[in-house]
Ligand binder design. Structure first.
Ligand code: WT7
Length: 654
């Protein structure tokens, strides 16, 4: 890990054009003017106030217990039910007829789910889980498409105090296997398939493959019928969701759970080969998720919100399920691909449902920039009043294009920086108050304290770049790595004592605004999805052909970064390798072992990897070459000619 290098980026030291809030946008907002000042004056009081917006079955009296850092406890003597907060209380307040979810299936089928409908479905699902023997404290794994049942199942877990562990539907059988083993789930909920680009993605078969070998904790598999697709049901293990729901009561009495009760586990890639199961609490998580949803997106009663993420990522947890529903918002949930049946799909949805706030990733925006502005422009997007970006740094060009073409030259854009570990937004402008700067995340969320520092731990000056750290605990922070407290300490809290180190670089401009610069560690960001260099390397060396591997995240115009790998083949396997397409074989191997998102863009079999005298692989040089640049300083290598050969090879491929 090292601080971002090179020339200061221009934006940090030169004034740029910014977009002050338009009076017609600000009119009618409920965001208080002095929010930041209030939070700065009394941080804990501020968060207590946000937490009191929730319904507590037992009110809390303590705000923060930080006596055992880095393990925070927020609102710890309070009790609440997360599902009641997301559903029941809206119905009780007379908003049962309000639409919670406009669901759109990829083939074109739709469902309108009001809060009253959601209330009934969550209660039925809660009863179903209890009927199957799931109890508070159990872990339930979800491997599901973007369908309403996924939300019902997550909220049903929350309602009965079970901890959900959602696995993104694009992950492979071995990824499922390691996650169920890590979390100790006894029940897996999946579907007989998900609809993706007009085809059926076989979720159930993938679960079957994951569970084929004994030695895992899973006892039951509940299968939602979604796709037109036959699956085998394993006798004594597999049950149909719809059959199990027959005769189940649609009323379920909810009880409160302590604020620190684990709501969910979500695995994410780190700098080692083994994914980490970050776990989140109930009260603190919900308080900050709900607050940031209404503040970052300036939520209004008649808004139609749409977050285009998948619920398998933290963005879907916090800004499809918990944030919007805790606020009683109306939102879109879309099952399929943005380009099916054509690239017009998202814009058709925005137009048809009158979406007012649209939250998506820079990779999608850059993709549309490439395909041409005529696609969004042939739709009426005038309902949009705010746009949001998340997942990776948004380049100013993409920001401007997003505002001009999708936002009709009018909408504010909020760039929100956060992580699986942070649970909710940490850096984001307040669109009703700030003059927006294209490409900047601008300010910490009210109540959040960040500092950009040097490798020596000193605060950088305005106009400089450094490492992003968080200096005070926050309500939605992960409470740990499931089953591995020491790893939580080592990974996030040991580089700079007393601070959380995010793994990201950032710059501070002369106004004190923050510019996120991406990862400074061995974590890659491909299309806003987090992948570990080390994890892909270890999967590659697991292949019988491969002796050594080095993986880098090379700059990519559309996906932000792309996986590029360099491998040294085993001498003993050279003959075998000569008769097959090694690159195709290894790309397929990574996709199978981790998931299609990890499939390398290129695999270069090389004679040797560039190493220093102490044996360290110089990935930085490989990254430069993969990006089509000169390798850079090779003076510390044992043998500089290794890099010349690799450069030659990459160039020859073009
Ligand atoms: C990493 C976290 C947070 C939800 C999606 C990803 C990068 C995230 C931004 C942003 C620049 C960003 C960081 C971070 N990132 N948002 N607005 N600007 N970079 O969650 O998988 O936990 O990844 O995504 O590098 O560390 P995640």
């Amino acid at each position: 890990m090292s601080a971002p290098e090179g020339d200061k980026i221009d934006k940090l030291i030169n004034p740029i054009e910014s977009y002050p809030p338009a009076p017609e946008f600000v009119a009618g907002t409920s965001i208080p003017e002095n929010l930041r000042e209030r939070a700065a004056a009394d941080r804990l009081g501020f968060w207590a106030e946000q937490a009191r917006e929730l319904e507590w079955s037992k009110p809390f009296t303590e705000v923060l217990d930080w006596s055992n850092p880095p393990f925070a406890r927020w609102f710890a003597d309070g009790e609440l039910n997360v599902a009641v907060n997301c559903v029941d209380r809206h119905v009780a307040a007379g908003r049962g007829d309000k639409v919670a979810i406009h669901w759109i299936g990829e083939p074109g089928d739709t469902r309108t789910i009001t809060y009253a409908d959601l209330h009934r479905e969550v209660q039925r699902a809660a009863n179903l889980l209890e009927k199957l023997g799931v109890r508070a404290g159990d872990v339930v794994t979800l491997y599901l498409p973007m369908i309403p049942e996924t939300v019902f199942a997550m909220l049903a877990c929350a309602r009965i105090g079970a901890t959900h562990s959602v696995i993104f539907g694009g992950f492979s059988a071995s990824a499922i296997r390691s996650r169920v083993e890590n979390s100790g789930a006894k029940l897996v909920i999946t579907a007989n398939g998900s609809n993706r680009k007009g085809r059926v993605f076989p979720l159930k078969e993938t679960v079957d493959e994951a569970l084929a070998e004994p030695g895992h904790p899973v006892e039951q598999v509940l299968v939602v019928q979604r796709a037109e697709h036959e699956v085998d049901m394993v006798e004594g293990r597999d049950l149909w969701w719809h059959e199990q729901l027959e005769g189940v009561s649609d009323s379920h009495e909810a009880k409160g759970f302590p604020a620190e009760h684990p709501l969910f586990i979500l695995h994410t890639s780190g700098t080692t080969g083994v994914p980490k199961g970050l776990w989140h609490s109930s009260g603190g998580y919900l308080a900050q998720t709900a607050f940031t949803f209404r503040t970052s997106f300036d939520q209004r009663e008649d808004d139609v919100f749409w977050c285009s993420a998948d619920v398998g990522w933290v963005t879907g947890h916090s800004y499809i399920v918990y944030g919007p529903l805790a606020n009683g918002a109306t939102q879109i949930m879309y099952e399929g691909a943005h380009d099916f049946p054509s690239l017009d799909r998202w814009f058709e949805i925005i137009e048809e449902y009158g979406v007012t706030a649209f939250y998506t990733a820079p990779t999608a925006i850059r993709g549309y920039m490439k395909s041409g502005r005529e696609i969004p422009q042939r739709h009426d997007l005038s309902s949009l009043r705010l746009l949001g970006s998340v997942g990776e740094p948004i380049n100013p060009e993409a920001w401007e294009w997003f505002r001009e073409v999708i936002g009709s030259n009018r909408t504010p854009i909020v760039d929100t920086w956060w992580q699986t570990e942070t649970g909710a937004h940490m850096i984001a402008p307040i669109a009703t108050q700030d003059a927006l700067k294209p490409g900047s995340g601008q300010k910490p969320v009210p109540g959040i304290s960040v500092e950009v520092i040097t490798e020596q731990g000193e605060r950088v000056n305005p106009g400089e770049m450094g490492l992003l750290t968080i200096t005070e605990p926050w309500p939605s922070m992960a409470r740990g790595i499931w089953g591995d407290d020491q790893r939580f300490i080592d990974t996030y809290w040991s580089q700079f004592p007393g601070r959380y180190f995010a793994g990201d670089g950032a710059g501070v401009d002369l106004d004190g605004d923050l510019w996120l610069l991406g990862r400074v560690d061995d974590v890659m960001n491909v299309s806003g999805h987090r992948l570990s260099t080390t994890e892909i390397e270890s999967v590659l060396v697991d292949h019988e052909l491969v002796a050594e591997s080095a993986v880098v995240g090379a700059e990519d115009e559309t996906t932000g970064q792309a996986v590029v790998s360099f491998v040294v083949l085993k001498d003993s396997q050279r003959e075998a390798a000569a008769s097959i397409d090694v690159e195709a074989e290894l790309r397929g191997h990574v996709a199978k072992r981790i998931g299609a998102i990890a499939r390398p863009r290129a695999v270069y079999p090389v004679a040797e990897l560039p190493k220093t005298r102490s044996g360290k692989i110089m990935r930085r040089l490989l990254k430069n070459v993969a990006e089509g640049k000169p390798a850079g300083d090779t003076s510390t290598l044992t043998d500089a000619s290794v890099m010349d050969a690799i450069t030659e090879q990459v160039r020859a491929r073009g």
